[in-house]
Write a protein that binds this ligand. Sequence first.
Ligand code: AP5
Ligand code: MG
Length: 237
Amino acid sequence: MISLTFCIYIDPAHALHDFQLKVELPKDFLNPVRYICFSPRLMALMFNLILFGPPGSGKGTQSEKLVEKYGLVHLSTGNLLREEIAGKTPLGMEAKNFMDKGQLVPDEVVIGMIDNSLDHHKEAIGFLFDGFPRTVAQAVALDKLLELKGSSISLVLALEVSEEELVKRLLNRGKTSGRSDDTHEDVIRKRFAVYQRETEPVAVHYKQEKKFQSIKGEGSVDDIFNTVCAAIDKKMK
Ligand code: AP5
Ligand code: MG
């Protein structure tokens, strides 16, 4: 018996031109332009973005706007961990001990979470990784997980913001966010130190692969968003 599998992918950026059939759907059906394709090579056409940058640089803020525009699946390990804490799961309780001190949660815990999340979104046209990878070990693991799917990281965009601006933003957010790691300046400074020691080497990893690009992360949210979109659109072409 011969069976055919049809995959429907959303292409909001109109960047993927070479599929066999283009279908116009009503405007209120998530996104007006969709493509039906017949080839597994599409996996290689997934667009996988890492939004990189220190605590408070605007990764979460920009991610919200980017997933709306590009239809990527947003994977924030910080958000996933906070959901575990809110659900009072054993994983959440273990993670909280590290997060409250501004330390990183062990690699195997976050890599496992990302592995599960990738499996839960087999339909994704691409992923937006926010706050992951944060160590070189996580970056190597992510490369392998994507390779198993016949895919890879397309682009790493790093938001550059001065430390004083970051402290100001996080203390300000701490007044209303309920995030225990935003309330004390010493914990915030500890997060920066961890970022420099553990996470900055991840930039080197992606620079070697020529996938890394810095973006000025200060200014209005919309101006930064426009710059980020320009970098993505250029890469998608
Ligand atoms: P996580 O939740 O990832 O936090 P973070 O990286 O410390 O970053 P933030 O979420 O604080 O900042 P953001 O860059 O998202 O900025 P945002 O848009 O919110 O991680 C928390 C903890 O979880 C870690 O410390 C660790 O313990 C653990 N963890 C998470 N991932 C892990 C991993 N992979 N491995 C190990 N452990 C992990 O903006 C910040 C504020 O600024 C907001 O109030 C916002 O409104 C404001 N703002 C944004 N843009 C602007 C702008 N342009 N101008 C002015 N204000 C702005
Ligand atoms: Mg965030």
